[in-house]
Design a protein around this ligand. Structure first.
Ligand SMILES: Nc1nc2c(ncn2[C@@H]2O[C@H](COP(=O)(O)OP(=O)(O)O)[C@@H](O)[C@H]2O)c(=O)[nH]1
Ligand SMILES: [Mg+2]
Length: 302
């Protein structure tokens, strides 16, 4: 699973990722995040500890990629990659290396998190967020995406905003319309705070996860149905008179009988069901979590 975060410099991407990592060390709804690289782990934990004391990170100016394992019940469920872009990439010309990487990353993403400085937005400072450029970038990418993905718009520094109003969301209207019209893209917008007191930090991740995990479940269901169909097909064959004769002959020449093939297919079904079982309850937990909370706007595709 790949998450790409974009947003202008200084809006709070690194702060967010470190805070999230810190929170997830204790797990949420059974989910956890573990850096594959121990240096990343230490760096993120240190940043998270500082942020929780009100000490924010210094600016990053590089694209950084973090490789995590997503865990459930302390077991790795799948690898999880997180690309954190330096804000410059969204402003640069077509042929800059960073901008090229960003576009290709967006096309491969399972989840996009778009960061906007909520405080700047509330103060009517649209320019410092580069919302127009981000929207243009994403709109350029959407036609290449035909699988379910999530797009979470994160309004950072919510602690500095008394209230988010409808009119503050005006610059996102086009996005809402596009997502509502898309058959496969789920979207949401919500305010978050990172600092001594954090708020809503886990929600954008849970939202992205729900979309990705539901997709995985759907694939598995389809695979199980196909195996089951084949198993039944060979069982019916082996039950017929010609099938019985065929199987006797195959037994003599020591080759797989219809009955053997059918059994092998049933084994596959059994194996797939065991794969499927551990994801069911996490998905339920996520569904519950997402329904329970208030987003400024949310649109989920089933
Ligand atoms: N008050 C407040 N300030 C924040 C919050 N998140 C980030 N900041 C401030 O924004 C600055 C830039 O954050 P950073 O994560 O480096 O932004 P990035 O360039 O997008 O990675 C930080 O140094 C903080 O001063 C937040 O939730 N609340
Ligand atoms: Mg940063």
């Amino acid at each position: 699973m790949r998450i790409v975060e974009i947003g202008h410099t200084g809006v709070g991407k690194t702060t967010y990722m470190a805070t999230l990592y810190g929170i997830l060390q204790n797990g949420i709804e059974g989910f956890g995040l573990k850096a594959q690289n121990s240096n990343d782990h230490e760096r993120l934990i240190e940043l998270a500890q500082n942020i929780s004391q009100g000490i924010y990170p210094s600016a990053t100016d590089q694209r950084r990629e973090y490789n995590f394992y997503l865990q459930y019940d302390n077991k790795n469920i799948f690898p999880f990659t997180w690309a954190d872009y330096r804000g410059g990439a969204i402003r640069e010309t077509q042929d800059s290396e960073q901008a090229r990487l960003l576009v290709s990353d967006l096309r491969q993403a399972d989840g996009i998190m778009m960061f906007c400085d909520g405080h700047a937005l509330a103060s009517g400072d649209i320019r410092s967020n580069q919302i127009g450029r981000m929207t243009a970038l994403i709109n350029k990418t959407l036609p290449y995406i035909n699988r379910p993905i999530s797009l979470a718009i994160i309004l950072t520094k919510a602690d500095l905003v008394t209230q988010f109003t409808e009119s503050m969301l005006e610059s996102f209207r086009g996005f809402f319309t596009a997502i509502e019209a898309s058959p496969s893209i789920s979207g949401c917008i919500l305010p978050i705070t990172c600092g001594i007191e954090s708020h809503n930090v886990e929600k954008p991740l849970l939202f992205a996860l729900q979309v990705a995990v539901n997709l995985q479940l759907k694939y598995l269901e389809k695979e199980i149905a196909e195996h089951e169909k084949m198993a039944r097909y060979y069982q019916d064959k082996s039950d017929s008179l010609t099938g019985i004769l065929h199987d006797i002959w195959k037994t003599i020449i020591e080759e797989p009988t219809y009955s053997d093939i059918s059994n092998a297919k049933y084994q596959e079904v059994y194996k797939k069901r065991r794969e499927y079982q551990p994801i069911i309850s996490p998905v339920r937990a996520l569904n519950k979590h997402i329904e329970e909370h208030d987003y400024l706007w949310i649109c989920q595709k089933k």
